[in-house]
Ligand binder design. Sequence first.
Ligand SMILES: Nc1ncnc2c1ncn2[C@@H]1O[C@H](COP(=O)(O)OP(=O)(O)OP(=O)(O)O)[C@@H](O)[C@H]1O
Ligand SMILES: Nc1nc2c(c(=O)[nH]1)N=C(CO)CN2
Length: 179
Amino acid sequence: MSPLVGPVGGDVEVVLALGANLGDREGTLRAALAELDETEGVAVQGVSPLVETDPVGGPEQPDYLNLVATARTSLGPFELLDVCHEVERQHGREREVRWGARTLDVDVIAYGRPGSTSEVVSADPALTLPHPRAHERAFVLSPWSQLVPDAQLRLPDGSVRPVADLLAEAADRDGVRSC
Ligand SMILES: Nc1ncnc2c1ncn2[C@@H]1O[C@H](COP(=O)(O)OP(=O)(O)OP(=O)(O)O)[C@@H](O)[C@H]1O
Ligand SMILES: Nc1nc2c(c(=O)[nH]1)N=C(CO)CN2
């Protein structure tokens, strides 16, 4: 049986978080957005302002540029994750150290709006939905709430909370700067 709970496919609203802290960070993020949008079955709807952020976790590493994009997709969750990984690969992403520096990271934050018929909730480590750490990461919550001020996120405990409220509680919020 599939570990995913919820419908798969259709035209679903998704939230993606992008980050880069090596190379031409802004150029990579812009190119990645274009590549996502050019992918069949993915249409980028909105892009947040860029934020510069102190690295959270991992070894000492350069500051990140982060942004959040909303998109609509006819892809299933794992197909969408594959697309994200392919775009990362196009930009030379290597997976060596957990939370280490990277040319590009593309995470699936949410698939379907909380409470909607299209929402997918998954505890599968290969694709956990919503992203299991998004609710505590100001480098995701800040750009997301700038793009969608009334955005809501389902937490790992099952509750649904406004992203703006989660941002106010995020430990790394002072490490997020407007560009
Ligand atoms: N919602 C999700 N979005 C992206 N990857 C996910 C998600 N849930 C689980 N994963 C899995 O996590 C694995 C590691 O992803 P990645 O290398 O991007 O982690 P990371 O960015 O270093 O850390 P973090 O997972 O804390 O953001 C991926 O291979 C993927 O299968
Ligand atoms: N500031 C910042 N810190 C991070 C980031 C990120 O995108 N921005 N990504 C991580 C793993 O996904 C770990 N730490």
